[in-house]
Design a protein around this ligand. Sequence first.
Ligand code: GBH
Length: 546
Amino acid sequence: MWKPILPALLLIVSPVCLGTHVSQTRRFPNDFLWGVGSSSYQIEGGWNADDKDESIWDVLTHTHPEKIADQSNADISADSYHRWRRDVQMVKELHAGTYRFSLSWPRIMPGGYMNHVSTAGIKYYSNLIDELLRYNITPTVTIYHFELPQKLQELGGWTNPEIIPLFKDFARLVLEMYGDRVKIWTTINEPWHVCEHAYGLDYMAPSYNFPGIPAYLCGHNLLKAHAEVVHMYRDHFQKRQGGRIGISLDTSWPEPRNPDSAEDREASERAMQFYVGWFGHPIFSKHGNYPKVMIERIRNLSKEQDFGIRSRLPEFTTEEIHRIRGTADFFGINHYTSNLVTSNGHNNTGGFPVPSFNHDMGVVESQNEVDWPGSGSVWLRVYPKGMYNLLMWIHREYNSPEIIVTENGVSDRGGLEDYARVDYFNKYLSAVLDAIEDGVNISGYIAWSLMDSYEWKAGFSEKFGFYHVDFTSPQRTRTPKISARVFAQICKTNTIDWNYRPKLEQEQKLVVMAQHPAEEDQSRSSAAQEAISWSLMGALLLVLLR
Ligand code: GBH
């Protein structure tokens, strides 16, 4: 009985709170680049098509399905290996200027070595690129997005320095094959995620779950591999091909739990140095090398932990520091959410294993469950100010680099009426615009994701797409959600329009009814509830106005 009144009250209050937004449309710079992204393992399927060999994700999902939320794998996923023409159509429907996708290393070089290059693999991405160009869409290509050939993992993957020449060989091949047509490259997606979550924890393939040591070896080799590829591009390709190359780092924003506490503010800064500085400082800072706070903390803790004088964080030679510094034409940032942070104090492990990356960082994170709305993922809460704070931090820390937001988006658990996603994009894009207006050099924004896809450990349970994919239909039918229409409008008009909230069209309703009869019932009953709320609000207003 009381339930319907609550939304009624909220409805009265919300237009007041949103007052500043409702009447405003906000404009992005004229040449701002709009895009949408995906990654190979998440959407392609065709896991053993033609001569493709296994990646570390094929092996993880096939041998340990119990580690995946719904025991699924991406053997077929959205079947983009066969349905790439439709994908390009969707990018076009979104009015996006660029499509960010990644290359599957084991599809192109099945065993990870030059001795076997797959013609079919080469051709797949070549066709995709041509199709994009036909519609005037610029390809943004990620060379590495978590898909290591299993054969290379058996050599130790990113912990083996041999990965440096091997990654360079792979990159040389794809630059030769596609570089004439690709103007935006990133070498590696989310190094922190690649190294800490795959080697330090049991989170991403290959699930080493070996804290405190291999993640730093991974990072060390990864930075050198990145730098070698960028030098090769600059020395042999860039002038002729006329593109640009960077890297995509990722981080949540660490908001001090108590903003008045100097210790919490320090914890926030330290978290930024460990998450972003680990890779950002060597590449983007004036003097290069790892951040001072990382070098010192890991050296001191290593000594306390009886590792002797050799820190668990490897050291660069002076020559290596110079070789890595400056190896990016832009700063790619992937960002989704924020955490509250506080320091764990010196004699407290913070509940982390010793040694471990988290213990080295000495920061305890928690979520703001009170003020930040949740999403379809436990780790993802909505705090747009975190996006602004992060962009300002990068701007200040690295002397105003050109920034491209290479990923930003939100999950839910399904459905086409994704107004929560619409709100998320409007709010996070407002934060991006605030940063632009405050002088941050942001040239583009690539939303995550083009369509629902295989969400790594979460399987198909979490949805990030503008397009719904029917994973049960042989065609893997794609249907635009409400957010697709809104994002298309944003790309087309260069503005955020808070009043633009389209309704489902007839064709979309049919899809919902065919697939989720229950969901349709739910939305009908919530519509009824809304109607009751409105009439109650009317009554309330009448009472108030008397
Ligand atoms: C991106 O990574 C990926 O690039 C993309 O492939 C993926 O689809 C997208 O995220 C959405 O997840 O707090 O320890 O529980 C984002 C990286 C993923 C890093 C979630 C933090 C939370 C792990 N983030 N992760 S934890």
